[in-house]
Design a protein around this ligand. Structure first.
Ligand SMILES: *[C@@H]1O[C@H](CO)[C@@H](O)[C@H](O)[C@H]1NC(C)=O
Ligand SMILES: *[C@@H]1O[C@H](CO)[C@@H](O)[C@H](O)[C@H]1NC(C)=O
Ligand SMILES: *[C@@H]1O[C@H](CO)[C@@H](O)[C@H](O)[C@H]1NC(C)=O
Ligand SMILES: *[C@@H]1O[C@H](CO)[C@@H](O)[C@H](O)[C@H]1NC(C)=O
Ligand SMILES: *[C@@H]1O[C@H](CO)[C@@H](O)[C@H](O)[C@H]1NC(C)=O
Ligand SMILES: *[C@@H]1O[C@H](CO)[C@@H](O)[C@H](O)[C@H]1NC(C)=O
Ligand SMILES: *[C@@H]1O[C@H](CO)[C@@H](O)[C@H](O)[C@H]1NC(C)=O
Ligand SMILES: *[C@@H]1O[C@H](CO)[C@@H](O)[C@H](O)[C@H]1NC(C)=O
Ligand SMILES: *[C@@H]1O[C@H](CO)[C@@H](O)[C@H](O)[C@H]1NC(C)=O
Ligand SMILES: *[C@@H]1O[C@H](CO)[C@@H](O)[C@H](O)[C@H]1NC(C)=O
Ligand SMILES: *[C@@H]1O[C@H](CO)[C@@H](O)[C@H](O)[C@H]1NC(C)=O
Length: 370
């Protein structure tokens, strides 16, 4: 038996080597299963793939893997170096995890579309230190709000010095994690459209190159004075601000003055008030400073104070009734006393009445009146 084993071993390793060589050759020239290849583009969209196909041709520049079922990508997803690959499209894969060093074999990757996924984790070492990434699409990328901080952590740690365009639209961000853009020193275009943002403080502070900021369809009610200062010192920055529920009361006056004079807001004609009721749908540019009132707040304050007053009065009433109840004996005594006093008084009155009812005396008193 052992002799048979010794005979087989060289044969087995020989075929492995042959297969390896074959795979190597194929990887350079053949199109992967379920993909369509044309010159330097490989397209494998909507094929139900659950992993990146191996044997992507080495000369590939653009790779489409959209609408598949690739739930995570790791270093093993790109086992061979694809020196020329610049564009990678992975949107709509319901992807959950991006693991460490996944892009190490894609040194020229500059355009990465990871939109429309449901990330739970994103390793901060996903990109190599000397990466060349310029465009990153993370639109509609998080499962829900709970994962925003964890997933976006990589933006400060990864060395994305060449990143110029970042799309974070359609994510339920609400507030931006602290210093999220502080390492993106070359960022010029940032979309935060439809991201439920309620405040945009300190967004532009650390991005000296920012030229284009899309803040449409968020939940902004006003821009406070520190934000206005931040924006004013960047005259080259263009902003889009429509589709926000601007609250046109006394608080917004500073922003309104800034807006009327500003050339930075490209869609300033489309900004409208959402509150108060009387100014709803009114274009912001047509609102006069004299129309900005805080009366609705005053009314609310008054309303609460009326309710409070009512409660206090009710409490006083209850205490009064309680005191009456506890003193019921004393009160009864007091009532008797009063009754007795009344009786005495009434008797005296009765006497006087009797005198008054005497006709002779009555005539006398009438005459004396005249
Ligand atoms: C995607 O993969 C999951 C398992 O990871 C599987 O349950 C599901 O059926 C797959 N969906 C499609 C459309 O292939
Ligand atoms: C995906 O993640 C799971 C769990 O983290 C792991 O077991 C699996 O190997 C990963 N798949 C790939 C292709 O990285
Ligand atoms: C997002 O991806 C899913 C498949 O995962 C697809 O059905 C859907 O149409 C995509 N949505 C958008 C807006 O691209
Ligand atoms: C790819 O990157 C290498 C260095 O990493 C560079 O020499 C080469 O010109 C790049 N190719 C393309 C097409 O950008
Ligand atoms: C990001 O991807 C979405 C589709 O998922 C697309 O609508 C959007 O235009 C892309 N963003 C950019 C900046 O190209
Ligand atoms: C987010 O998704 C996780 C996992 O599905 C869930 O446990 C959590 O409740 C969700 N959080 C929110 C705010 O929807
Ligand atoms: C910004 O990008 C340019 C060109 O891509 C590059 O030369 C420069 O080093 C980058 N700036 C920083 C601070 O990395
Ligand atoms: C806005 O973003 C939410 C996720 O936060 C998404 O469900 C919704 O479809 C987006 N709306 C539009 C018009 O894209
Ligand atoms: C903005 O930055 C200033 C100074 O760095 C800091 O005091 C303030 O708390 C920041 N505001 C927000 C909302 O992060
Ligand atoms: C903003 O939202 C409205 C209604 O939800 C939608 O009709 C509009 O297309 C959205 N605009 C942008 C720029 O997403
Ligand atoms: C209006 O804007 C110009 C620059 O665009 C500035 O010089 C001027 O001081 C501004 N005026 C007011 C009243 O803010």
């Amino acid at each position: 038996m052992s002799g048979f084993d010794i005979q087989r071993r060289p044969l087995k390793s020989g075929s492995t080597v042959l297969l390896f060589v074959l795979a190597f050759v194929l990887s350079g020239h053949c199109c992967p299963d379920k993909c369509v290849c044309s010159s330097q583009t490989v397209k494998c969209p909507n094929q139900g793939l659950d992993a990146v196909p191996n044997s992507i041709p080495a000369k590939t520049k653009i790779l489409f893997l959209t609408g598949n079922n690739i739930s995570n990508i790791s270093r093993a997803s790109f086992p061979t170096r694809l020196e020329l690959l610049t564009d990678l499209y992975l949107s709509g894969n319901n992807m959950k995890h991006v693991e460490a060093m996944v892009f190490d074999n894609l040194p020229n990757l500059s355009r990465l579309d990871l939109s429309n996924n449901s990330f739970l984790t994103f390793d901060e070492n996903a990109f190599p230190q000397d990466n060349n990434l310029q465009f990153l699409n993370l639109s509609r990328s998080f499962l829900n709000h709970s994962f925003v901080d964890v997933v976006l952590e990589f933006l400060h740690s990864a060395n994305l010095l060449h990143l110029t365009t970042l799309d974070l639209s359609n994510n339920d961000l609400v507030i931006l994690p602290d210093g999220i853009f502080s390492s993106l020193s070359n960022l010029t275009s940032l979309s935060l459209q439809n991201s439920s943002l309620i405040s945009v403080q300190n967004v532009t502070l650390k991005s000296p190159q920012l030229r284009d900021l899309d803040l449409r369809n968020n939940s902004l009610r006003t821009l406070d004075s520190s934000t206005l200062v931040e924006l004013s010192v960047k005259p080259d920055l263009q902003l889009q601000l429509s589709g926000n529920p601007w609250r046109c009361n006394c608080i917004i006056d500073e922003m309104l003055m800034w807006l009327k004079n500003s050339t930075q807001v490209t869609d300033k004609q489309d900004l409208t008030c959402a509150e108060p009721e009387s100014l709803r749908h009114q274009p912001l540019l047509q609102v006069e400073l004299s129309q900005l009132k805080c009366s609705s707040d005053m009314e609310r304050v008054l309303e609460t104070s009326y309710v409070f007053l009512g409660l206090v009065l009710a409490l006083i009433g209850v205490i009064f009734l309680l005191v009456l109840y506890l003193n019921r004996k004393g009160i009864k005594r007091w009532m008797y006393n009063i009754r007795d006093a009344c009786r005495d008084h009434m008797e005296g009155y009765h006497y006087r009445y009797e005198i008054n009812s005497d006709p002779r005396l009555a005539n006398l008193s009438i005459n004396s009146d005249v």
